[in-house]
Design a protein around this ligand. Structure first.
Ligand SMILES: [Zn+2]
Length: 361
C-alpha cells in the first residue's frame, strides 16, 4: 500500500531514460523489460528524486508535483517492480536469502516479496526418486528456500551412481534418501526432510502420502522403476485424486535431456494427454526404437544432462510454489528436449486431449 509517508526508490536494476514528447522509459536491466510513461515534468522530476531517503509527500513538495498524482504513479511503478519500498529493501539486504529475494523481486512487487518467498518455505515438495535428476532437484530447491522436502526412494547408493548424482564415495551402501538428507541439512540445517524408503508401487501409496500433508504440496516424478511411463501414470492418478500439481522431471536418455511437462490437474494437459500426442508424433521413431529393444542394450548417462533436466524442473517447482501469474509455470502443455550434440532445445506442444477428459471446461 503506497501512502504519503512511503519511502520508495528506483530498484537498483532500473534505469530511467528520457525520450521524446515527455515520455520516459523505465528499463529493467535484469529482465530486459521496459515500460514507457508520459509524465508531467514535475512528476518526472519527483520520480527521479526517489532515493528512499524521503517520503513521497516530501518529494512531491520539493518537485512541485501533485501528491495524489505521484502516489498513483508510484503505485503503477511499484506494481511493475520498477520502484521498491526502502524498508523492505533494507530487511532483504540483511537476509541470507537476499540473492533469491532480489531475483524474485524483479517479478514480484516489494510489498508482496517476503510473503511470496515464504510460500517456498511453507510448501511441501514430494520428490519421487532421488537419483541423477532427483538429487539435483532436491539440492536446487533446498538452496532456493524450500522448507520441507519428502524424499521417496528405496535405493542405496552404488559406485555407478556417482557419475551423475550428488552422492559421494562415502555414501556408497547408504540409502540415497538418508545420504541426500544429510547433504541438504549441511546446506540448510533448519530444512524439514521426511525420508520414505519405499519405491512408488501404486497410486494409493502416493495419494495417502499427499493426503497426510497440511501444506500446499507439489510432486516431482523422477522415479524410473519399473518405468517412467508406469510411475508417471501412478503420479497422475494420485495427483488428480487430491488435486496436487505435478512435474514430470524428464530424463536423460538417447543423448537428450528430456524436460518434462508440468500438470495442474483439471486445468492443463495431463500425462495421458501427452502420451496420446507423443504416440502420434513418434510412431516412426518408436518403430525404430523397437528395433533396439535388446536385453543387453546399454544406456549411457552424463551428469550435465541430468543436471539440465533437474534445473528446468526445479525452476518449474519454484514457479508453481510462488503461485503468482507474474511468474507462471513455463512447461504447461509442452515438453522440451535438449540435444547434447548441438546444444539446441526443441519443444513439443502437448495440448489437452478432449478424449482424455481430464480438463474441466
Ligand atoms: Zn489428460
Amino acid at each position: 500500500m503506497i501512502a504519503p509517508d512511503s519511502c520508495l526508490r528506483l530498484r537498483p536494476s532500473v534505469a530511467m531514460v528520457p525520450m521524446e514528447d515527455g515520455c520516459w522509459q523505465f528499463f529493467q536491466g535484469n529482465t530486459r523489460r521496459s515500460r514507457v510513461f508520459k509524465l508531467q515534468a514535475s512528476l518526472a522530476d519527483a520520480v527521479g528524486r526517489l532515493n528512499g531517503q524521503q517520503s513521497l509527500a516530501f518529494v512531491a513538495r520539493e518537485a512541485g508535483a501533485e501528491l495524489g498524482r505521484l502516489i498513483a504513479l508510484a503505485e503503477v511503478l511499484h506494481e511493475a517492480c520498477l520502484v521498491e519500498d526502502v524498508e523492505v529493501a533494507r530487511r532483504i539486504a540483511r537476509s541470507p536469502w537476499r540473492r533469491v529475494l532480489n531475483f524474485i523481486g524483479d517479478y514480484i512487487p516489494s510489498d508482496l516479496l517476503e510473503s511470496t518467498f515464504l510460500r517456498l518455505d511453507s510448501a511441501s515438495v514430494v520428490i519421487l526418486g532421488v537419483g541423477g535428476v532427483g538429487s539435483w532437484i532436491a539440492t536446487h530447491l533446498c538452496q532456493s528456500g524450500f522448507g520441507h522436502l519428502i524424499l521417496v526412494d528405496d535405493d542405496k547408493v552404488e559406485p555407478s551412481n556417482l557419475n551423475r548424482s550428488l552422492y559421494t564415495f562415502s555414501d556408497i551402501g547408504r540409502y540415497k534418501v538418508d545420504a541426500l538428507a544429510d547433504r541438504l541439512r549441511h546446506i540448510r540445517p533448519e530444512i524439514k526432510i521426511n525420508c520414505v524408503k519405499q519405491q512408488l508401487s501404486d497410486s494409493e501409496f502416493l495419494a495417502s502420502l499427499l493426503l497426510g500433508q497440511s501444506n500446499s504440496t507439489i510432486v516431482v516424478n523422477c522415479a524410473d522403476a519399473p518405468s517412467v511411463d508406469a510411475t508417471s501414470s501412478m503420479v497422475d492418478e494420485a495427483c488428480r485424486l487430491v488435486a496436487t500439481p505435478y512435474v514430470i522431471a524428464g530424463g536423460y536418455n538417447l543423448h537428450l535431456s528430456l524436460i518434462g511437462m508440468t500438470v495442474l490437474p483439471g486445468k492443463t494437459a495431463c500425462y495421458h494427454c501427452s502420451r496420446l500426442t507423443l504416440e502420434e508424433l513418434q510412431s516412426e521413431d518408436l518403430a525404430e526404437m523397437r528395433k533396439l529393444a535388446r536385453p543387453w542394450r546399454n544406456i549411457g548417462s552424463l551428469a550435465p544432462l541430468a543436471a539440465i533436466t533437474a534445473s528446468f524442473s526445479a525452476n518449474e517447482v519454484i514457479r508453481i510454489a510462488i503461485g503468482d501469474s507474474r511468474i507462471p509455470p513455463a512447461m504447461i502443455n509442452r515438453r522440451g528436449e535438449f540435444n547434447f550434440l548441438t546444444n539446441e532445445m526443441h519443444f513439443v506442444r502437448l495440448p489437452p486431449r478432449p478424449e482424455c477428459g481430464c480438463v474441466r471446461r
